[in-house]
Write a new protein. Structure first.
Length: 321
């Protein structure tokens, strides 16, 4: 199949939808930084970072005019999507100054299920044949995003910009929730309060504990496994005590499955086993409470409808004439 990656095309001169929504999120969080300036750890650097991201976005738009083609369009959009790795830990810089809410969510979990499913799950199945598939599923999150994005770029390019907008905007909506609803998840909260409290169902409020402490509970399961160590290593490097409720792993992967279903039944069928393992892994490795995963799943459908409407109503323009 001829992709014609570098064939020159007539294209619109302005920003792509995904760039517009990134600039809007950039502006909203910049305003929030100004309001919280005195309380934040390094607000000046965060504002500088945002100015650089905005400048880079407009520079890429200008460079694109010099060589408009499918490949340069892909580069523009891929760079905006890659910036999610910056925007995710950035949520912690905001919510770390607010009182932590894990005690509320752990208490609700205890009330609903009579205990902590995240603890039951990993203690009941510590075996390699359970641990490795779940860790593989959890690690597959970013490859899953890459596969769906590249598939749409190659096979359904007319919907490529919509796909990127839906994914990035959904991430930003989750990130805004994480900023104002500071929940770290069991892997951070349980070590902070101690095993005895967890066993007894006692969940004390810890205030801004995570503003100064970021100890991460080692993942449960078979600790000599290949995928176990991949997940453990990536979490030790990039994880922060933030973004537990709702689970964006579940939410975004569900949106990816919706897009996969709409694009190709074969793609959907290929991704389905990894998706199911990923959803289960969020609770198994204690990254999330079960209610985080449930709300992540339910919210995905609402987000898909709302964000798709936003794209059609405010942002949709043909990428190429």
């Amino acid at each position: 199949m001829a992709l014609d990656l570098f064939k020159k095309v007539e294209t619109r001169k302005g920003l792509f939808a995904v760039e517009k929504i990134t600039l809007i999120y950039n502006l909203l969080t910049s305003i929030l930084i100004l309001f919280l300036f005195q309380e934040m750890d390094h607000p000046a650097q965060m504002l500088i970072d945002r100015a650089m991201i905005a400048g880079m976005t407009f520079l890429l738009m200008y460079l694109y005019r010099l060589a408009p083609c499918k490949f340069s369009a892909f580069v523009r959009i891929a760079i905006q999507m890659s910036l999610l790795s910056y925007w995710y830990p950035d949520t912690f810089e905001f919510n770390r100054i607010f009182p932590n809410l894990d005690h509320v969510f752990a208490s609700v979990e205890q009330w609903m299920f009579g205990g902590q499913p995240a603890v039951w799950f990993c203690l009941r199945f510590p075996h390699m044949w359970v641990s490795e598939p779940f860790n593989m599923g959890y690690f597959f999150y970013y490859p899953m995003i890459l596969i769906v994005v590249v598939w749409y770029f190659i096979y359904r390019f007319e919907f490529f910009e919509k796909l990127s907008f839906v994914l990035v905007t959904s991430f930003f909506i989750y990130y805004l929730i994480y900023i104002f609803v500071p929940v770290a998840g069991p892997q951070f909260y349980f070590p902070a309060i101690g095993d005895d409290n967890v066993v007894q169902g006692v969940f004390p409020a810890i205030g801004d504990y995570f503003n100064h402490n970021q100890e991460l509970l080692p993942g449960p399961g078979y600790d000599h496994g290949f995928f176990y160590n991949l997940v453990e290593g990536s979490q030790q490097i990039g994880e922060r005590p933030t973004a537990a409720f709702p689970s964006s792993h579940v939410g975004i992967s569900t949106i990816l499955m919706i897009m996969a279903w709409r694009g190709s039944r074969w793609l959907f069928a290929f991704l389905l086993p990894f998706y199911l393992l990923l959803c289960g892994a969020t609770v198994y490795i204690q990254a999330h409470y079960l209610i985080d995963a449930i709300v992540g799943f339910v919210s995905a459908f609402g987000l898909y409808v709302v964000v798709t409407w936003m794209f059609k109503r405010w942002f949709a323009q043909p990428m190429f004439k």
